[in-house]
Write a protein that binds this ligand. Structure first.
Ligand code: PMV
Length: 345
């Protein structure tokens, strides 16, 4: 796998499109996924995707979306292909809305063909919407010749999918809750570079299946029906200063405990929604327990986190990476499920 560091624009053969400078008509980019340690789950504004809590994520190096955006005068509407299949559902509508925002900024009315490929399972709780949306914004902005700051790109990505605003930044990234109604202070930025604390991330893929409920609708369901929702929001905001402190002082043990707590609190809150929603499979639980054994019994500096899906992300100190990989490979379900999807990415 090629080594892409955070987002980047990849040179492509540029095609000339009337009305758009030849050099900017077609743009291909890579944008990474990010995995939240302090989770975002709940909105203070549904239309602007403004969060009820601050969140902190870690940006992945090589895992993400490759997206090509091609503005073409011959198109009568936008087209969106995801992993080679043309998409017409709500996901297409979000792509179209994002392109329309960028077109309005550039004062253009030309349609685009968007082709996006993820190098990891799509819609399986592994932040594919974050990498996909950030890649779309980056590619479309470049193709339209817009010279936007990272903060503006991040804001445009947030409007498409909240967590996407964190994918533009390296290392540990905080997305602030903000107070302003228009979201002007709900911005993302890096709080510690990956070079300063190069934690290693493993994705233990126990299911490649698309999740039954998208995070967008699950978040709304939780917010509207979970009896734990208010206490989850309160707790999530209270944990943030401790997260910042643990990251600032590179205190792995505390970061591990806080991250697992945030993950468990979010999932507990989701599980008691009406109707109840469980994203996990038995293999998810197995990975949770084995990871706890690794850290608490064997003293290996590793912890888990899980987004809205069944797959588990393990994070460890760099010097423990080899040992963690060996331990994961010995997980019983990995050994028995060879060929049926369970694997380490
Ligand atoms: O940005 P969305 O709408 O895909 O929601 C993301 C929610 C979680 O991944 C579960 C948590 C997070 O902070 O990324």
């Amino acid at each position: 796998m090629q080594n892409y560091k955070s987002w980047e624009v990849i040179p492509v053969d540029k095609s000339a499109v009337q009305g758009i400078p030849a050099a900017s008509a077609t743009v291909r980019v890579f944008s990474p996924a990010n995995i939240a340690l302090a989770k975002y789950w709940g909105k203070r504004d549904l239309n602007l995707n403004l969060p009820l809590m601050g969140s902190i994520s870690i940006t992945l190096d090589n895992v993400g979306s490759f997206t090509t955006v091609e503005f073409d005068r011959n198109l009568e509407k936008d087209e969106f292909f995801l992993n080679k299949a043309q998409i017409h559902d709500a996901c297409f509508n979000r792509v179209h809305e994002t392109l329309s925002r960028l077109r309005a900024l550039a004062q253009r009315s030309i349609y685009a063909r968007v082709q996006s490929m993820n190098n990891f399972p799509t819609a399986a709780g592994l932040a594919s919407s974050a990498s996909g949306t950030s890649a779309l914004v980056l590619a479309a902005a470049h193709a339209l010749g817009l010279d936007l700051s990272l903060t503006k790109l991040s804001e445009l990505a947030r409007l498409g999918s909240g967590s996407a605003c964190r994918s533009f930044f390296d290392g540990f990234v905080e997305w602030k809750k903000g107070e302003e109604l228009n979201g002007s202070d709900s911005v993302a930025d890096s709080i510690l570079s990956s070079q300063k604390w190069p934690l290693k991330v493993f994705i233990v893929c126990v299911s490649k299946n698309e999740k039954s409920t998208s995070s967008r609708s699950a978040m709304l369901l939780t917010q509207q029906t979970s009896p734990y929702f208010n206490s989850w929001v309160e707790s999530a905001n209270k944990l943030l200063p401790s997260f910042r402190k643990a990251i600032g002082s590179q205190d792995f043990k505390t970061l591990a405990e806080l991250s697992e707590l945030s993950c468990m609190q979010m999932h507990a809150c989701i599980m008691v929604s009406q109707p109840p929603l469980i994203y996990w499979t038995p293999a998810t639980l197995e990975v949770i327990q084995l990871t706890q054994q690794m850290r608490l019994k064997k003293g290996i500096p590793v912890f888990y986190t899980i987004d809205a899906g069944a797959n588990v992300v393990l994070i460890c100190e760099p010097e423990a990476a080899h040992q963690v990989k060996k331990e994961i490979e010995s997980f019983e379900f990995i050994k028995t499920a060879v060929g049926s999807g369970a694997r380490i990415l």
